[in-house]
Every structure is written in C-alpha cells, then in structure tokens.
Design a protein around this ligand. Structure first.
Ligand code: MG
Length: 341
C-alpha cells in the first residue's frame, strides 16, 4: 500500500572521526523523511542510534508501517504523529521523523514557524556548545581553534586518556567546558574521583556520569559535588522525569529519544514543574533534525545542538548558526532550506 511518507538514507560524513565511550565513527547514516500531501512536502529526520535499538532498517520498517496505517485515507495530518506513537513501542527516532515531517508540513500550510505554532517567544536564547572528541593532540588543537567562537565546549570523557585530553584543552582555552561521560565511569567511587578533579577545571556541568539505571548512585554523587549533573542515557521520555528528579539537576531531551516535537514540549514543561533544568540535545543529525529541535530553544536552559556542525555534507541549512547561535526566524515549519551541492 502506498502512503504519504517517503524517505531516503543519507550517509553523513563527519568532519572529524567521532570518539565517545561507546566507540568511534566517521560516517553516520540518517534517514530523511518526507510527508507529502496537497502538493506540499514536510521534511523530517530520523537519526537512529544502536544504543536505543534502532537502525536505518528499523526506521524504514516503521515508516512503511505508518504508511500502511495511514494509507490513502484522508487522515487529519495532526493525528498522524499520535497514530505513529500507538503503532509500536520504542522506535523513538522513527516516530520523531514522522512527527517532525508532519509539523513542518502543518507549518508550511499555515505559513508559520513551529516555534510560533507552539506559542513560544524567542527572547535571548542559550547558545549551543561545540563537541570536541578525544583525538591526537594536534587534531585536538585544530578542533579547539575551530571552536573558538562558541560559548562553551563539550568534551566527551569516559575514555582512556581523558585526563590528558581535558587538561590539554583547558590549557588552550578559557571557554567554559561541559563534560559528557556517556556512561563511561564504572562505579560511583570512580565518578566521584573524576568529579572532584573536574571541580578545579572550570566545568559547567557533567552529563551521564554512570551507566543508565543507577539513579541511586547518581543521587549519592550529587550530594558530594557542586557540578550540576544531567541525565542523558538515563532519560528517554516523560515517564523518567519523576524517578530522576532527586538524582539529577537536569535532563537532556532529544527528539530522537522522546519521539518528536510535541512530546519534547510536554517534557520541557513537566521537567520545569519538577525542578529539573532542561538541556536540548541531539544525535549526529542534519539541519532538519537540529532546526526542528531548535524550535524549542525558548524552553531550554542549556543547548547542545551542534550535531549538524559536525557533519561535512549537511543537505540543509536551518536555525543553527556556525558559532552555535540559534536563529529563530519567520521561515515556516522547521525553518530549513535545501543546500545545493
Ligand atoms: Mg550525552
């Protein structure tokens, strides 16, 4: 059966090899999703992560299932993201691809940017950090020089050589540093040792110090450090907010983890009501996924939306500026334009 969604896999070439606690990558496949009706195409993106059980194959299978469910019937587009969410558990990136494409389509039909449809006001917005992955000293120096105009750097630790890596960056720049341990510290004692070291290094926050599922140990750490702790791998969706509220200072909300814009907006409001700060984060994505997430920046305390800046062949341009400044303009939908190459 045919349906309104079409999609294509794009191999994103990274500008530098990307190393985190789970391994290294130089090419990252993503799925560009299009929702077409009445001659208008809404664009979305599903960037699957193996950590959450997704791949381009699972995304394709899910999108085929959404096409089967929607078919050629005249389902109201605003109902399609909910219909997709109810199809199967998991598949958050695939659901985000559907949700973003439909929001882009609705915005284009109404000639309104998503941030305006959501009733958000773009006052002064937080600027995104730029990620610096561990590498040879010469390459690290080059990355730090390239990121000189950013408001903050994000360093991926939890890997062998992390101390030398961070201290070499600290020696090159006075920019604030955010640390992402990516579940790379094995025990609470090891994590506390690292946090005590980081307190002397001008570190603004630490993301996911321990493997997910150890909220009690994170609460123990939080009582022993001044550095704010943010949940990333521990935080998948709204149901996780209450159990994490005592362990963490904030949560990293990503469209590809929670399933899209509508859910992320709900999470943003609930997080605040539970006293949790909101970081808006991303995977390696094109400007489609990033510009979609940026629509929610007025709700964020911390922005980490550099995914498209790590990519050498981004097919779009959108809300993310080259120095991490978010530009929420009056372009309809998610505010992207295709880049001709
Ligand atoms: Mg993270």
């Amino acid at each position: 059966m045919t349906g309104p969604f079409t999609w294509s896999v794009v191999d994103l070439r990274l500008r530098h090899v990307f190393t985190i606690a789970r391994g290294s990558r130089s090419v990252v496949p993503t799925v560009i999703v299009r929702f077409t009706r009445d001659g208008v195409a809404g664009i979305g993106e599903a960037s699957p992560l193996a950590r959450y059980g997704e791949s381009v194959e699972t995304v394709s299978a899910f999108l085929a299932g959404v096409n089967d469910a929607v078919g050629t019937r005249g389902t109201d587009p605003s109902e399609i993201p909910g219909l997709a969410r109810a199809l199967a558990p998991g598949n958050a990136a695939a659901k985000a691809g559907v949700d973003i494409a439909v929001h882009d389509w609705i915005g284009k039909r109404r000639n309104l940017p998503v941030w305006k449809m959501f009733g958000l006001t773009p006052g002064p917005l937080p600027r995104s950090s730029m990620t610096i992955g561990i590498d040879e000293p010469g390459v690290v120096g080059e990355k730090v020089r390239e990121a000189a105009s950013f408001a903050a750097l994000k360093l991926k630790l939890g890997v062998p050589g992390e101390r030398e890596f961070l201290e070499s960056v600290r020696g090159m720049t006075a920019q604030p540093i955010r640390v992402d341990a990516n579940e790379g510290w094995a025990t609470k004692e090891e994590a506390l040792d690292r946090l005590q070291w980081l307190e002397g290094q001008g570190v603004e926050l630490v993301e996911q110090p321990l493997p997910a599922g150890n909220a009690g140990a994170v609460a123990w750490l939080r009582a022993r450090t001044r550095i704010p702790l943010y949940a990333d791998e521990d935080f998948r969706g709204g149901a996780d907010l209450a159990p994490l509220a005592d362990a963490y200072d904030g949560v990293n909300v990503k469209l590809m983890k929670c399933g899209g814009l509508a859910e992320a907006l709900t999470i943003a409001r609930e997080a605040r009501s539970k006293g949790l700060k909101l970081m808006l984060g991303c995977m390696i994505e094109t400007s489609a996924g990033i510009s979609a997430a940026a629509q929610l920046a007025p709700q964020a305390d911390v922005v980490d939306l550099d995914g498209c800046l790590l990519v050498g062949n981004d097919p779009f341009s959108g809300a993310m500026g080259p120095d991490g400044t978010i530009r929420l303009r009056d372009l309809p939908g998610i505010g992207i334009t295709e880049v001709r190459r």
